[in-house]
Ligand binder design. Structure first.
Ligand code: TMP
Ligand code: ASP
Length: 209
């Protein structure tokens, strides 16, 4: 069951975003179907109602896989780059999925040393992440949305690595192409207001509501 609860900053900020569970459920399933059509295997089996989906039971790889097309968020802060700067190349980064440690950024040598993932799995994950970015970037720009960055997670299933978790305005930065207005969870994280409206706007542009 996907609810409307929202947290940020490792759970320090708590709130709700009305109906976001419904939007995130629909949007994730819609995008996962699209990705399946492009040859990316996902955990999706069947959406059974507004807030519930049957998925393959995976063992989650404890990595948050982040793709960045444009500088924003922690990248801008850490490296002193203004938000919105086009990056010279797409950035693929990994965080250790561990709430107690605050999901620290790590490199693949760290991940192998900690036995979070094997080199073979990481190679597969990296290739899939870039492919997912190509598909999503192209899809969103047709909806007048810039895919600034996003976080995805993968799972082990029957000896394979497949896409799991979600892809939604909670896990992507999406900006209006013309105005650069933020239409994602940053509105909640940064107390910008109109959070619900932003999620609905994204759902509308994709044709989900
Ligand atoms: P960041 O700039 O804060 O590192 O976030 C990069 C992307 O990852 C952004 O699209 C938001 C997403 N994200 C999550 O989905 N979950 C998280 O816990 C964090 C910190 C970021
Ligand atoms: N939900 C995550 C947390 O509580 C982070 C986020 O999306 O900002 O840390």
């Amino acid at each position: 069951m996907i609810l409307d609860d929202a947290t940020a900053f490792n759970g320090l900020k708590k709130g709700t975003i009305a109906n976001k569970g419904i939007i995130n459920n629909r949007m994730t399933n819609f995008l996962f179907k699209k990705l399946e059509e492009s040859g990316i295997e996902t955990h999706l089996i069947e959406e059974i109602n507004d807030r519930d989906t049957i998925v393959k039971k995976v063992e989650i790889v404890p990595l948050e896989v982040i793709i960045r097309n444009i500088a924003a968020g922690s990248f801008s802060k850490k490296y002193g780059v203004e938000e919105g700067k086009e990056l010279k190349c797409t950035v693929l980064e990994f965080s250790y999925k561990n709430d107690e440690l605050g999901d620290p950024l790590l490199n693949l040598a760290h991940a192998y040393a900690l036995e979070l993932v094997t080199p073979e799995e990481a190679a597969h994950i990296s290739k899939m992440a870039y492919h997912i970015n190509d598909v999503l970037k192209k899809f969103f720009i047709e909806k007048n949305l810039i895919l600034v960055d996003f976080k995805i997670e993968f799972g082990r299933y029957d000896g394979r690595i497949i896409l799991a978790d979600e892809i939604s305005p909670d896990t992507c930065r999406l900006w209006d192409k013309d105005t650069k207005e933020k239409l994602d969870k940053d509105r909640f994280r940064r107390d910008m207001g109109n959070v619900e409206d932003a999620y609905i706007e994204v759902a509308k542009r994709i044709g989900l509501v």
